[in-house]
Design a protein around this ligand. Structure first.
Ligand code: FES
Length: 582
């Protein structure tokens, strides 16, 4: 496009800015002419249209209160882009909120990643700012960035501030679950629960415990895909807007320079750094599935054994719920992810490149050293001696499963108990509160048909409720195992992501009520104590369940036919780099 230059300013090169990715009419000049005609309807000048373009995702939605500050963030990002001489262009994508996604947000993560990737690819932009936060959104955006191959920088929306209830500080949603358990145990009234609906999520932003959203915020920084502090600054704080402005500025610089690209940043070393941070924050188990999916988009395989080894070496240092006591705002003011990384720098590859154009070392060296803070523990006095998660294997989980042992009951980490099996989520809902349910506190609750294909979408149903009659008797935790996921905000002795899942004939499908199950976290084992001949008999008799309702057509059909197991990230099998298909 031609335009008059009034002052020195960055110019998009040939096939850059608005000249790239033209709609196909068989005449490129005409395509460019037509584009100019339509964009000028928006009042843009030639000067503006000559600039490098920074795309900005808009994931604001009335259905996504966690993203309530996105409009303000967009304005701040635009300011940063303009200050650096580029042109900001905002575009909408799918937005997902945990509580407004049927059947479960994970079912839609891959859809959001495809939508985001294709919109980045289809529309002219030299770099993109990805604004997300609620659990599945940052993973979807990172997966998209990895596949779209355009310079990208992530801006989390940031966590909520804490809530208050009768003098107690509360956090969504660790305390949502704890207090719901109190209600089920008849220690809270219906009026209490009504009041709590106004107290547990008191501001815009993501859940303020170390749930999936907070975990992914920290991972964004550890991967090098966001600016220091961007994963934890409160959603409502002025610092968040300054980070947004700085993100816009940096995105403009990346647009002008043409890099770095996501593949240059998200290297095997970056993923190892992210795994170390995931262990050290006592992060969400979902973080492991998401990291696996993001890495796979670049052609990097996450080794669950390596993740477990990292967990044995890197202790939990962050004292946040559900593993500890504090909340994200406290973590932020204690020095945040850079301060944490300083504590575990011996386990990190500090040479890893970040979106700043500098190595991770620069972020670590710049960490604020807050005197007297107790939220980020020193390496010499960890919150837990090992990392937050362990990967287990055994005849019940040949391809692995995971437990967040930092948020489990220590005495249950080695436990043998009688299986009480629920065939599906419907069966669970029907029987869990039955006063005649044959269940005792030392039994092992087993849920199947809740994996990627079975439910579908691997819902966060792994936090099986304690049967009401046991809850009333004061039982707070039991060993629970499933092929489902669990909210990162949840706690308990809960084994998740069993692979292969029961719906595809994984050994979980063969468990019967009354079988003995042995959990041994120190030895990393999960075993069904049934002899091989009996298991072979059961396998012969096993029949695959029918596909879930709705899987005959559309996205549900695509999902059912192509979703991978948890150990491979539960992405679609055709979404790896070109030429790969699992
Ligand atoms: Fe959005 Fe928790 S519901 S982050």
């Amino acid at each position: 496009m031609k335009g008059k230059t009034r002052r020195a300013s960055p110019r998009a090169g040939k096939d850059k800015g608005f000249r790239q990715g033209l709609a196909t009419y068989g005449d490129a000049e005409f395509s460019l002419f037509l584009r100019k005609v339509f964009i000028k309807a928006g009042g843009y000048s030639d000067d503006a249209l000559e600039r490098p373009v920074v795309g900005i995702t808009n994931t604001a939605s009335d259905y996504n209160p966690c993203h309530g500050n996105v409009p303000d963030l967009i304005e701040a990002v635009k300011r940063g882009v303009l200050l650096a001489g580029a042109l900001p262009m905002v575009f909408p994508t799918v937005s997902i909120h945990e509580s407004f996604s049927h059947p479960t947000s994970m079912f839609l993560r891959n859809l959001m990643s495809m939508d985001t990737e294709e919109m980045i690819r289809a529309q002219p932009m030299d770099s993109v700012v990805l604004i997300g936060g609620c659990d599945k959104t940052l993973p979807a955006q990172l997966m998209a960035a990895a596949s779209a191959k355009r310079p990208a920088i992530v801006l989390p929306v940031g966590p909520m501030l804490v809530g208050h209830f009768r003098g107690e500080v509360l956090g969504a949603c660790t305390d949502c679950r704890r207090l719901w358990g109190e209600f089920r145990g008849e220690r809270l009234s219906e009026a209490d629960v009504e009041l709590l609906t106004e107290r547990l999520a008191p501001t815009k932003g993501t859940c303020m415990v170390m749930g999936t959203a907070s975990t992914m915020g920290c991972i964004v920084e550890a991967l090098g895909m966001g600016l220091p502090g961007s994963g934890s600054a409160p959603a409502t704080h002025a610092d968040r807007l300054r980070i947004a402005e700085a993100t816009g500025k940096r995105a403009a610089e990346m647009a002008i320079a043409g890099g770095p690209t996501p593949a240059e940043i998200m290297t095997p070393a970056a993923f190892r750094n992210a795994m170390a941070v995931l262990q050290a924050v006592g992060g969400s188990t979902n973080g492991l599935v998401h990291l696996t999916a993001i890495a796979r988009r670049i052609g990097i395989a996450i080794d669950l054994g390596e993740f477990d080894r990292i967990g044995r070496a890197v202790p939990v240092l962050v004292d946040l719920k559900p593993s500890g006591d504090h909340y994200m705002e406290h973590f932020h003011w204690a020095g945040a992810t850079p301060r944490l990384m300083k504590e575990i720098r011996a386990d990190l590859d500090e040479r890893a490149l970040t979106v700043t154009g500098k190595p991770l070392k620069a972020a670590i060296d710049g960490a604020e050293m807050v005197p007297g803070q107790t939220v980020i523990r020193p390496r010499t006095a960890p919150l837990k001696a090992q990392g937050g998660m362990a990967v287990l294997r055994g005849n019940l989980a040949p391809k692995g499963c995971v437990i967040k042992h930092s948020a489990a009951t220590p005495k249950l980490l080695v436990h043998t108990g009688r299986a009480v099996v629920f065939q599906s989520l419907e069966d669970l809902a029907l029987r869990i509160d039955d006063p005649d349910l044959d269940v005792a506190a030392d039994d092992v609750l087993v849920l199947r048909q809740a994996g990627p294909k079975g439910a579908p979408g691997m819902p966060e149903a792994g936090y099986l409720p304690i049967p009401r009659k046991l809850a009333r008797a004061g039982v707070k935790d039991m060993v629970r195992i499933s092929d489902a996921r669990m909210s990162g905000t949840a706690f308990g002795t809960i084994v998740l992501h069993i692979a292969p899942e029961s719906a595809v004939g994984g050994p979980l499908a063969l468990v019967r009520t009354g079988d003995r199950i042995r959990l041994d976290v120190p030895k990393r084992r999960l075993e069904l104590l049934v002899d091989r001949a009996e298991l072979a008999r059961r396998r012969k008799a096993w029949r695959a369940p029918p596909p879930p309702a709705g899987a005959e057509r559309g996205y549900a059909k695509l999902f059912q036919e192509t979703v991978l197991q948890a150990d491979e990230g539960a992405d679609f099998d055709f979404m790896g780099p070109a030429g790969t298909r699992a």
